[in-house]
Design a protein around this ligand. Structure first.
Ligand code: MD3
Ligand code: FE
Length: 203
């Protein structure tokens, strides 16, 4: 199943399904080293999504702003290395969507519990906006909010399920997007959780 969500955005339904078990196991190992935490927004609010990172660069937020950093601010250590499975999956998905040579240097690991949401935002902290973003959904389903080029107007909704991969590039790269509050549920692979891996060329 390959669905074009908008110009440059392609949903690869179930693309990661055959790797879901090792992906979830890798998330557990990575976040034993760099634990999930609720970052603070520049305005002082606690994000309801719990986050960690792997790879050369990690996305961080605090009172000083949003940025990519080579070290985990909790430990002062470099983020854990990006597993080969993560990198190859992201590259294969990008290639499938028409982006050859995707070279992610950052993987943000998001964890959602029931009630967790991510309000409409743009991803604007990356240097090269020609590179796509690849996202992998695991566990409980989510309603993805797709807001277009401005924050105004109502967002389209699209369900994202366990194993779905979306490649966001071209004109869709700067669109507003978010996740509606996660519904209660239990998933065999993750329990009462949803994970999202977001691969970027950040530096
Ligand atoms: C569309 N994460 O981490 S993934 C984020 O499910 C983020 O955790 C959501 O938005 C999540 O910044 C959505 C889908 C996604 C990621 C990046 C995008 C969609 C995007 C960048 C541009 C346009
Ligand atoms: Fe985003």
């Amino acid at each position: 199943r390959q669905i074009r969500l908008s110009e440059g955005a392609v949903l690869l339904g179930g693309f990661a399904l055959s790797h879901a078990e090792p992906l979830v196991a890798a998330i557990a190992a990575l976040t034993a080293a760099a634990p999930f935490r609720h970052m603070e927004t520049p305005g002082g609010r606690r994000m309801s999504v719990a986050m960690s990172n792997c790879g050369p660069l990690g996305w961080v937020s605090d009172r000083g702003g949003y940025r990519y950093a080579a070290r985990d601010p909790l430990s002062g250590e470099p983020w854990p290395a990006m597993p080969v499975l993560f990198r190859t999956l992201a590259q294969d998905a990008a290639a499938q969507a028409g982006f050859a040579d995707f070279a992610p240097d950052a993987c943000l690991i998001n964890r959602y519990e029931p009630g967790t949401q991510l309000t409409l935002h743009q991803d604007r902290d990356e240097q090269d906006r020609r590179a796509p973003i690849v996202s992998v959904s695991l566990g409980l389903p989510a309603v993805f909010l797709w807001g277009g080029e401005s924050r105004a107007g109502r967002a389209a909704r699209h369900a994202l399920f366990h194993g779905d991969v979306v490649v966001w590039g071209g004109p869709s790269r700067m669109n507003f997007h978010g996740i509606a509050p996660l519904k209660d549920g239990l998933h065999p692979a993750t329990g009462a959780l949803r994970y999202n891996l977001t691969f970027r060329t950040a530096g």
